[in-house]
Design a binder for this molecule. Structure first.
Ligand code: ADP
Length: 231
């Protein structure tokens, strides 16, 4: 079954720049997809439209059966609850512990204390950081901080995990650790979309690769590599 379907999607920003043209894309439930392309090719715009940070100017986008292009602002929370997001710069709260950073994502949804505790510990276990629950972010390595941000993104059991350059601030060895965690999460059934410039990672993982060029989808390979086009 398809989790994401985009039909003739276009995004023109108010300054007249068209960042995405006539995009037709389907992503199946459980898929792992890399979105690659040069800087300015439209990767972030595409990703932002999926979680309704940006609205397409033409076309239709459905995520988990919800038409996000038509969603009213007051209903955006409905889609945000189905999607976890991981950013390049982690965005952890520095004054909260690892545990609190992850638990907070559930507390704001009104989960009970018992549920918060159970799910937070499960998520930290999944990313291999249960032992560091009491640490503060600045006591962790970059890779560990990114794993906390992944735990926070998945603690609510989202169907889709969107990662925007998650290894952009990490060294190659740490990046591989982060990718192992993402692979585990994908194997448990979460669909993953990851925008990246990280050639080594794309080549190693052998997942579906979508290449954008000047806002157009120009290549879509089932088990792709980075090197076939961008030089
Ligand atoms: P990428 O993520 O591949 O670097 P982006 O989606 O950020 O690409 O950008 C695609 C194009 O849209 C670029 O030309 C960029 O300058 C433009 N763009 C991105 N965000 C905005 C915005 N908020 N307003 C106007 N133009 C934008």
């Amino acid at each position: 079954m398809d989790l994401i379907v985009t039909k003739n999607v276009e995004k023109q920003y108010e300054n007249g720049v068209t960042a995405v043209y006539d995009l037709n894309l389907t992503i199946a439930k459980g898929d792992f997809v890399f979105v690659i392309g040069a800087s300015g090719s439209g990767k972030s715009t595409l990703i932002k439209m999926l979680y309704r940070e940006e609205k397409p100017t033409k076309g239709e986008i459905t995520v988990g059966g919800i038409d996000v292009s038509k969603l009213k602002n007051r209903n955006v929370y409905k889609i945000r609850r189905k999607i976890g997001i991981v950013f390049q710069d982690f965005k952890l709260l520095p004054r909260l512990t690892v545990y609190e950073n992850v638990a907070f994502a559930l507390e704001v949804l009104g989960a009970s204390k018992v549920e918060v505790q159970k799910k937070t510990i499960q998520a930290l276990d999944l990313v291999g950081l249960k032992a560091k629950a009491k640490n503060f972010p600045n006591q962790l390595s970059g890779g560990e901080q990114q794993r906390v941000s992944i735990a926070r993104a998945i603690v609510n059991g989202p169907k889709l995990l969107i990662c925007d350059e998650p290894t952009g601030n990490l060294d190659p060895v740490t990046s591989i650790e982060v990718m192992k965690v993402l692979d585990d999460i994908n194997k448990l059934g979460t669909t993953i979309i990851m925008a990246t410039h990280d050639k080594d990672i794309v080549d190693k993982m052998k997942k579906r690769v979508i290449l954008l060029e000047d806002g157009k989808l120009v290549k879509d390979f089932k088990k792709g590599t980075y090197s076939y086009e961008i030089v």
